[in-house]
Each structure stands twice: as C-alpha cells, then as structure tokens.
Design a protein around this ligand. Sequence first.
Ligand SMILES: *Cc1c(COP(=O)(O)O)cnc(C)c1O
Length: 279
Amino acid sequence: MGTVSLLRLDLSDGLAPGNKSFKLRGNLRDARDRGFNRLLSFGGAWSNHLHALAALGEAEGFETVGIVRGEESPTPSPMLIDARRWGMQLEYLSRQQYRQKSSPDYLASIQKRYGPCLIIPEGGANAAGVKGCAAIASMLPISRLSEPLIVLPVGTGTTLAGLAVSMSSNRRIYGISVLKGAWDLDLQVGAHLEGQGAGQAANWKILHEYHCGGYARVSPELKAFIIDFERVHQVALDPVYTGKALFAVHQRLKSGQWRGEITAIHTGGLQGRRGYSWL
Ligand SMILES: *Cc1c(COP(=O)(O)O)cnc(C)c1O
C-alpha cells in the first residue's frame, strides 16, 4: 500500500511546460550573462527540448536555431510546425551527420555559420541545465514525519542531478530510465553532481528495467496502463517519459517493493503525446 502525489510540472510555465523549461531557464540566464541573443540546440522531430527552446526563446526575446535529426519531411511534425511558428530557424541533419554533432569540428562550423550564439547540448544536458532544475526541489512538499520517495523519468539525468544537488542526503530519489541499457546514465549523473561540487547530495538510484522496449517504444502493458491511468485520474501522460515513470511506480507498489508515501514528478512532455494515434 502507498500514497502517490504528483508534482504537476506539466501545468507550469505556459507554452513550455515541464522540466525542459527549468533546464532552459538556467541556460537563458547564462546566455544573458554572456551577452548572446541567439540560442542553438539539437533534437529529433518530436523533441520536447526544441519545442520548449522555441517557445521560451520567443517569449524572452532570443533568436533560436534548431538542428533537427533526420531529413526534412514533406509533412512536418506538429512539434516542428510550432517551433517554426515561434520563429525557430530549422536546419536538418542526416542521422549520420547528427551523430557527429558534438565533435569540435562540427561545433566550430556551426558557430561560424550562425555567429555568436549559445550552443546548448541536446536535451539541455549541461551545468546550467542542472542548476535550473534545482528550482524543482523547492516545489516539492516539505518534510512531514516521513519523507516521501521521489520518482521521475530520466533521459539524460540532468533533471535528476539538479534535484539531487539541492536536497538533503536523507532524501531518496529514484530515476526511471526511459532508455534500454543506458548504463552510462549513472556516470553522467555522477559527473553532473561533481560539476556542481555537490558533497551532500540526496540518495539517488536509476532503475533500468522500465524502458518498455527502449526509447519512445511502447509495450502492450505500458499502453494499457496509460489508457487506464488517464481514464481513472484524468491526468494525461506521454508514452516516452511520464507514462514509464508512473508505470514503474504502479508496478513497484503492486509488488510490494515500495510502500508509504511517494511523490512522482510529472515532467511534462505532452506536446509529444500528439504523435501517438492510440491516445
Ligand atoms: C526530457 C524529458 C525528461 C528527461 O529529463 P532529463 O533531464 O534528460 O533526464 C523527462 N520527462 C520529460 C517529459 C522530458 O521531456
């Protein structure tokens, strides 16, 4: 038995709801401090990150450039249509070239092409992103007698690191990896924490068994769970991130591995839900 509370980041921040806006607000601050008025980043045709970047960029007076994985399609995704409407300049890269996007040569070439700009890594996975996510911790219910477990979905581990940095060492955070076999996530979170000089971070652990087939894949069980959850609770979930995190909570409560109080973080991602015809 247990009680689950949801922290609804999907209801925050207007056109850029969810955890991406926290990571990006850290980067926007960085860009302002360094005198950049153009922001450039990377993502797929359904990227929550590029979507939030385009929305926040427009709202805050920055020019934005999105480097999109894959060839341009004659029928662009709703995400790309939104991004373009918000003034984001889009450039398409073949999947093969996209894999080289972090190489120094490629970064030098885009820096030359787009002039002075802040280049933000895919997913907002940098130190400014970690710092921005620290603000999520202050939105969690403050300690009562028992400290609830905190659960959230993990892609790059940036959000998890931001939370862990800003919480005391007696808190327990579980990250649900949405990727299959992403064993290096633990190292990435560790590196982010070290980068923030976090000696006293919260206890955290990444669970690797709830990917449901891999990134953006869906198992029949996950599908059934999301449909049921939405009907019962009237809260929309996306199949890539929040669906898997809440599925994990459900499984662990059912098996008795978890009990007591749990706070799950709804990290948003609902714009991407438009890509699933069964929802
Ligand atoms: C990107 C994203 C995540 C993963 O965040 P990381 O900081 O990369 O771990 C989780 N949920 C949603 C909805 C996202 O868009």
